[in-house]
Design a binder for this molecule. Structure first.
Ligand SMILES: Nc1nc(Cl)c2cnn(Cc3ccc(Br)cc3F)c2n1
Length: 507
């Protein structure tokens, strides 16, 4: 059914007005040689599909807004501070125009006068050769993105481009820049211009699609994942990043998880696991966790930076990287924790040692461990792959955790080869326990470089004769972990290399 007018009014919000006008004389300039080349490369050969001009303009606007946000945070003087940081896109099927406007830092006159050429010119020879070199594929598009020169991609689809811009510096003059991309551009002062940049693309005959709202909706949705600012298309919000964690788990689709995971993790891959955990006791918690598909790099393993989950209270972000909400050994988990019990004015030092955070960490850690135990039962193969990629974090967890019962909870996730299983098969400490004969009280293990060496070890021969199962450990750190763990489920963990002496002592 048609939305009634008041519904539209509630959500309808645009800053795009037709108030901008050139004022006074307009000067005509020739593009400098490098800019000419740049424009040709970017507009003619760089992109496989034309729609990417939208991605380039959105990312330029997003960069301009991020820069403004940064200036505001560092206390710089900013004009029109009350203007919200947004990107607006408008399509006009009658005029065949595509318009994008941001309230970011805006361009200064020297930037309009091709200082971009100078930036490019700084490494221009190399830069342009790199750009022209077709073999460089995606490096080139990132090079483009880097200098905001993606702007020139508008000439793939537009035969005339008007730019109205006003820099964020207080009292700066607004300008109008116009060009058909053929070699010259006009600049004049302008009036009726909002802080930021407005780009009006007059579309070529074969690109009228980009004047259609539903086409642009799809393109914006496809690229908007990675934009952290609100995007409006013809007055309607186009990049709804919902607070998935507050929704009913059953209402959240795989696609929504994937998009959200990329959005919060600032990564381009997809999650291999997600845990949507909501509870009201002992604390109010709405949380959503993801395990990345990718295998952690050594950098990930050691990385202190940007670990941690985002901490919210009632959907208001408190801390983007709250790295004490989970224990350090769970730093591979990405996600969001939202709790009404967390004070909005939580400080970093409070985050370190408050009882509330300690309790939150305990509840979340136990729930995450239970999740992995459940996943191991539900899909052993997927768990095996996960364990191969992320198992090191659990070993770290055991040796860095003080409470024995927590250590044993983590130890439930460990997997080893065993003398009772075929080579390549893994078992858990719990399964070993289930196979133990009545009255036995020791879990035996042997550290050796390979199964072949383990099975031919004299230590093993003795146990084999007594038909006692032995776990085979091929990584030295696993021996350290089990020795550090000491007990599991009231059974002693013992390396059979020590066992022989007990034999002698027994005799
Ligand atoms: N949205 C936005 N905001 C800012 Cl601050 C900048 C700075 N450079 N660019 C790219 C660009 C380059 C030359 C011309 Br002419 C126009 C143009 F938009 C930007 N785009």
């Amino acid at each position: 059914t048609e939305a009634t007018s008041e519904e539209v009014d509630d959500d309808y919000h645009t800053i795009i007005k037709d108030t901008e006008r050139g004022k006074g004389p307009s000067d005509t300039h020739e593009f400098q040689a490098e800019t000419r080349q740049l424009l040709d490369i970017v507009a003619k050969s760089l992109y496989s599909e034309k729609e990417v001009f939208i991605r380039e303009l959105i990312s330029n606007s997003s960069d301009a807004l991020e820069k403004l946000r940064y200036f505001e945070l560092t206390g710089a003087q900013v004009d029109d501070k009350e203007v919200p940081l947004e990107i607006h896109i408008a399509t006009n099927d009658d005029k065949k125009t595509f318009t994008i406007q941001d309230t970011g830092i805006g361009l200064t006159k020297e930037e309009l006068l091709e200082n971009l050429g100078t930036i490019a010119r700084s490494g221009s020879k190399a830069f342009l050769e790199e750009l022209a070199d077709k073999s460089k594929g995606d490096v080139r598009s990132s090079l483009i993105g880097q200098f905001g020169v993606g702007f020139y991609s508008t000439f793939m689809v537009g035969d005339k481009v008007d730019v109205y811009t006003k820099s964020y510096q207080p009292g700066s003059t607004a300008y109008k820049w116009s060009s058909d991309g053929s070699g010259k551009y006009d600049i004049s002062e302008a009036e009726g211009v909002q802080r930021g940049t407005k780009i009006v693309v007059h579309l070529k005959g074969d690109c009228y699609d980009y004047a259609k709202e539903d086409i642009i909706t799809e393109v914006v949705k496809k690229y908007s994942n990675f934009v952290g600012v609100p995007i409006y298309l013809n007055g309607k919000r186009a990049n709804i990043v919902q607070a998935l964690w507050t929704m009913e788990p059953r209402d959240v689709t795989e696609d929504m998880h994937e998009e959200f995971y990329r959005y919060i993790g600032n990564v381009y891959d997809k999650p291999r696991y997600h845990l949507h955990y909501k509870t009201d006791a002992p604390l109010n918690i709405r949380s959503l966790f993801y395990v990345p598909e990718y295998k952690p790099t050594m950098f990930d393993m050691s990385r202190e930076t940007d670990v941690g989950v985002a901490l919210y209270s009632r959907k208001v972000l408190i801390m983007a990287r709250a790295n004490h909400v989970l224990p350090k050994w769970l730093r591979f988990m990405k996600g969001v924790v939202d709790s009404e019990d967390i004070p909005l004015n939580l400080s970093r030092e409070l985050l370190q040692d408050s009882n509330l955070i300690r309790k939150l960490r305990q509840v979340l850690t136990n729930r995450i461990l239970k999740f992995f135990v459940d996943q191991a039962k539900k899909n052993p193969l997927a768990y095996r792959e996960f364990y191969d990629d992320y198992g090191l974090f659990f070993r770290e967890g055991i040796v860095t955790t003080a409470e024995q019962d927590q250590r044993e909870d983590i130890a439930k996730l460990l997997r080893f080869e065993s003398s009772k299983l075929n080579s390549g098969e893994l078992t858990s400490l719990e399964e070993y326990g289930e196979r133990m004969k009545a009255g036995e009280r020791t879990i035996y293990f042997l550290s050796a470089p390979s199964r072949q060496l383990a099975e031919t070890s004299p230590y093993f021969e003795a146990l084999k004769k007594r038909d006692i199962e032995v776990l085979f450990l091929y990584e030295p750190y696993d021996e350290l972990v089990l020795m550090n763990l000491g007990q599991f489920d009231r059974k002693n963990l013992k390396s059979i290399e020590n066992e022989l002496y007990d034999d002698k002592e027994d005799t």
